[in-house]
Ligand binder design. Structure first.
Ligand code: HSE
Length: 330
């Protein structure tokens, strides 16, 4: 299956590395970046040579450049007959998704499948993307948008298909959970944030992680998948993590509690708020960049999924899962 990959940051690079280790019948024919140029070759790009490029290095430093078309736009590459899947691993830009929404629309209208790690197109206009996909028969998959490669979308769509889920509560942002865990150990907020950035967990604009936007975005996506109920981003009530001081964290300690940045979703709506959970609460045990989600079902009761929620290779694995699902259909 031939892929156009958009974005060559932590996630895009990790996907290329996974494919360099094992191609699994997947071939990147196009790579587009907003600041470092683009490459296209119908016969496929060399994943190992791409992996050898340093972060930030222009794609034009790729060896054997004369074999490739360079400087093409996403629209131009999508117009090539060879592209079967658009993989968008570019940063989430809110509120209007920037050019990514147009790329996704163009792909789906042409019958090209879309696999997203970029959450923004689903916030900007999920309804029209799903409609375009239904019309052309292409698929729109987005496992990597929530809890990275930990398969919460699969669980919601398939594993719990027969269940009636009434309520969801979770730790859905790796960066903020990492920061809280480190503050719990006595680190300063700014130092913990710098570490999370260094480790590749944080969004390009870390305010998305700290002010709850990223969790709100994930609740919007989950509301659609779990409840078939579209909600808009502005409808998610949101409290920033910045309101929490080191003293709050120490005080919670004294009361056998731990602060967690929790996203909740139920009939009455969606909320993001720091909560001082008792240390006996399962979510209080979730540390570092781990995420966890508890879904309340009518028949099964409580079902909890825990796993990595951020990181380049962890997110790339979610993309790869979607690609394998598409391959299974072909
Ligand atoms: N910045 C996000 C997080 C990345 O920390 O969870 C995954 O969406």
């Amino acid at each position: 299956m031939k892929l156009l990959l958009v974005g060559f940051g932590n996630v895009g690079r990790a996907l290329v590395e996974l494919l360099a280790q094992n191609r699994r019948g997947l071939q990147i024919v196009g790579l587009f970046t907003r600041t470092r140029g683009s490459l296209y070759c119908e016969q496929g790009l060399d994943s190992e040579a791409l992996s050898a490029l340093q972060p930030g290095e222009p794609l034009s430093n790729h060896p054997r450049l004369s074999a490739f078309a360079t400087g093409r736009s996403v629209a131009e590459i999508l117009a090539e007959a060879s592209v079967e899947v658009l993989v968008d691993a570019s940063p989430t830009i809110l509120p209007d998704a920037g050019p990514a929404l147009g790329w996704c629309r163009q792909a789906l209208e042409r019958g090209i499948h879309v696999v997203l790690a970029n959450k923004a197109p689903l916030i900007a206009d999920a309804a029209s993307l799903h409609a375009s996909a239904a019309k052309s028969g292409a698929r729109l998959l987005f496992e990597a948008t929530v809890m990275a490669g930990t398969p919460v979308i699969q669980l919601a769509r398939h594993g719990l298909r027969a269940e009636q889920v009434s309520e969801v509560q979770g730790i859905l942002n790796g960066t903020s959970n990492y920061i809280l865990s480190r503050m719990d150990e006595g680190r300063r907020f700014e130092d913990a944030l710098a570490e999370a950035q260094e480790l590749g967990y944080a969004e390009t604009d870390p305010s998305a992680d700290i002010d709850g936007w990223d969790i709100a975005v994930k609740l919007v996506i989950l509301s659609q998948v779990l409840f078939d109920r579209p909600i808009a981003l502005y409808q998610v009530a949101r409290q920033s993590l910045r309101e929490l001081s080191s003293a709050d964290i120490q005080n919670a300690h004294a009361q056998q509690r731990r602060w967690k940045y929790v996203g909740s979703l139920d009939e009455s709506g969606a909320r993001v708020a720091p909560m001082a959970l008792p240390q006996t609460h399962p979510l209080s045990q979730v540390a570092g960049a781990q995420n966890a989600i508890t879904l309340q079902g009518k028949t099964l009761g409580s079902v909890t999924l825990q796993g990595p929620g951020a990181g380049g290779k962890e997110t790339a694995l979610g993309i790869l899962n979607d690609l394998l699902e598409l391959q299974g259909m072909a």
